[in-house]
Design a protein around this ligand. Structure first.
Ligand SMILES: [Mg+2]
Length: 292
């Protein structure tokens, strides 16, 4: 049996951890791209040529940057400028400090953070968040012999995001491993019941559905400072009419916020469940591998 001592908090990126889209915050200003024209061109490729949304934006980036042709290293350096919702990235240090009790730690229980985004992985890797997360999954460009971006290497559409929940569940973080390989439930490192998914809207519905189906936990977050209320309305619909997600909260990650209380309570409850399971296992003589 696997130790199953990890609590995984999995975040979408755009509009979940940050109020903006990463392209708009750092890529467009750097290369002088007009956002309206960029997204219009993407929409045309989708509508007129049947492109997938994510391949459309990757193609339009390559088209717009045909002269500049940056390297992935240049794109990564743009990530440094990215800013996030209130409370980030401090929350990651704060959660590492006093959320789990000494008893939890004795059992080897720990919290890991993951990001699954349909945006560009390399930009998130360059951000202040990168050092706190165990893995980042996102769209990627391959490079030519000179290191310049040349062709999409990995595309993560919103429906494909669920594949990465299964990768975390099975511990298959290396892309060369086949996520479809069968793996018995008791050797999967992160059961869905030990996972919390945080997303912001319709593009997260497939992930919310996986969490609901397999006993995971989910929170939909909204920007309470969005004057149009569009962000709140998406979440309200998901929770109230579509029954996709039980909890919605403003995207404020500071200590004491509704979202922090939810994250901390869910984490504490999962950890308590792990301790109970170990106690029951010990009483029955069924012992999990040491958690350290
Ligand atoms: Mg999002």
């Amino acid at each position: 049996m696997a130790p199953q001592n990890i609590i995984a908090i999995v975040y979408d990126y755009d509009q979940t951890l940050s109020p903006t889209y990463m392209q708009e915050q750092v890529l467009f200003p750097r290369f002088g791209i007009n956002p309206g024209q960029f997204w219009k061109r993407c929409a045309e490729l989708v509508r007129e040529q049947g492109f997938d949304n994510e391949l459309a934006y990757m193609k339009v980036i390559l088209d717009y940057l045909a002269m500049d042709r940056p390297t992935n290293a240049e794109l990564r350096s743009l990530g440094k400028q990215m800013t996030f919702y209130k409370g980030l990235p401090e929350m990651f240090d704060e959660l590492a400090e006093g959320l789990l009790t000494p008893e939890h730690e004795e059992h080897g229980i720990r919290v890991e953070h993951y990001i699954i985004s349909s945006g560009l992985k390399v930009i998130i890797e360059g951000s202040l968040l990168a050092r706190y997360v165990k893995a980042i999954f996102g769209c990627e460009f391959a490079e030519d012999a000179e290191g310049r971006i040349t062709f999409p290497k990995r595309v993560i559409s919103h429906t494909q995001k669920t594949q990465f929940l299964f990768r975390i569940n099975k511990g298959l973080l290396d892309m060369s491993q086949d996520v479809n390989d069968h793996m018995p439930a008791d050797i999967r490192p992160v059961p869905f019941s030990h996972m919390i998914y945080v997303g912001d809207g319709p593009t997260d519905v497939p992930c919310f559905t996986v969490m609901r189906k397999y006993g995971g936990h989910a929170i939909a977050v909204y920007n309470s400072e969005d004057p149009s209320r569009a962000s709140f309305k998406k979440c309200y619909q998901l929770a109230t009419h579509a029954d996709r997600v039980k909890h919605i909260a403003p995207s404020d990650y500071r200590r004491g916020s509704h979202l922090r209380l939810l994250l901390e309570e869910m984490t504490a409850e999962i950890a308590a469940g792990m301790v109970d399971e170990r106690r029951r296992g010990a009483a029955l003589g069924v012992v999990r591998a040491p958690g350290h």
